[in-house]
Design a protein around this ligand. Structure first.
Ligand code: SAM
Length: 222
């Protein structure tokens, strides 16, 4: 799958399979003041989305990337299976989280290829990836994750609302870098979840005035 980033073809499945990209990922995105604030707030939100799960619950973090959010889950007493299509990103995660011992394991995995025959998990986190794919591929990605999750999936997404479209327009005029390619409307969030067999039970925002990020806690439809 290819899409455009800053006018160039960009493939989210291939881009991160690169040692330099993996090693620089956190520094490039989260070392500025706004990046540090965003990172802090996002971590607190992820902690809240999983806080009612019993300690020791095994959570699939797909994609795990460099382990940035897996760290929050591990620090909360959960166990994590960190999965990603990029071995390079997982190497950074393993190094960063080695002090958690066997409460973390990792696996190279393509979400599009998961089926119900694969190992099952109580819950999953799917952060900062869906918005890189068109809606039909987002559905396929989430269906893959849903096929291995019994109860809960937490996703993050970029909300496409009239206000956020206005914000994007202002940012474009001011020459800010291009926002993610495939934000979703509330209707599309509903469709995305229901096609994976899940329904929204709770949502969190970082700050709806200055960020389009939305965090959805969803559970399996009985
Ligand atoms: C922007 S990073 C987000 C990582 C992490 N969730 C975070 O929030 O820091 C996106 C990740 O998605 C992974 N990815 C892309 N396509 C994938 C696929 N089909 N299956 C599994 N991982 C994939 C990439 O390798 C990359 O590590």
């Amino acid at each position: 799958m290819k899409n455009k980033a800053n006018g160039r073809d960009w493939n989210p499945k291939e881009h991160y399979k690169n040692v330099a990209v993996a090693k620089e990922y956190d520094r490039i995105r989260f070392s500025s003041l706004s990046g540090r604030i965003f990172n802090y707030l996002e971590k607190r939100v992820i902690e809240i989305c999983f806080q009612d799960l019993p300690r020791g619950t095994l959570v699939l973090d797909l994609p795990c990337g460099t382990g940035r959010l897996a760290e929050v889950l591990l620090d909360s007493g959960l166990r994590v299976h960190g999965a990603d299509i990029s071995a390079e990103m997982l190497e950074v995660a393993k190094e960063r989280l080695s002090h958690h011992g066997d409460r973390l394991d990792t696996e190279i995995m393509d979400a599009f290829k998961l089926t119900g025959n694969d190992r099952q998990f109580e819950a999953a986190l799917c952060a900062r990836v869906l918005m890189h794919f068109p809606l039909d591929e987002q559905i396929a990605f989430l269906r893959g994750i849903a096929s291995v999750v019994r109860k809960r999936i937490v996703i993050n997404h970029s909300l496409n609302s009239p206000y956020q479209r206005f914000r994007r327009w202002i940012k474009k005029i001011l020459g800010h870098p291009k926002s993610v390619n495939f934000p979703v409307t509330n209707e599309e969030i509903k469709q995305l979840l229901s096609e994976a067999g899940f329904v929204e039970i709770k949502r969190k925002r970082l700050n709806s005035l200055i960020s389009e990020a939305v965090y959805i806690v969803a559970e399996r439809i009985d």
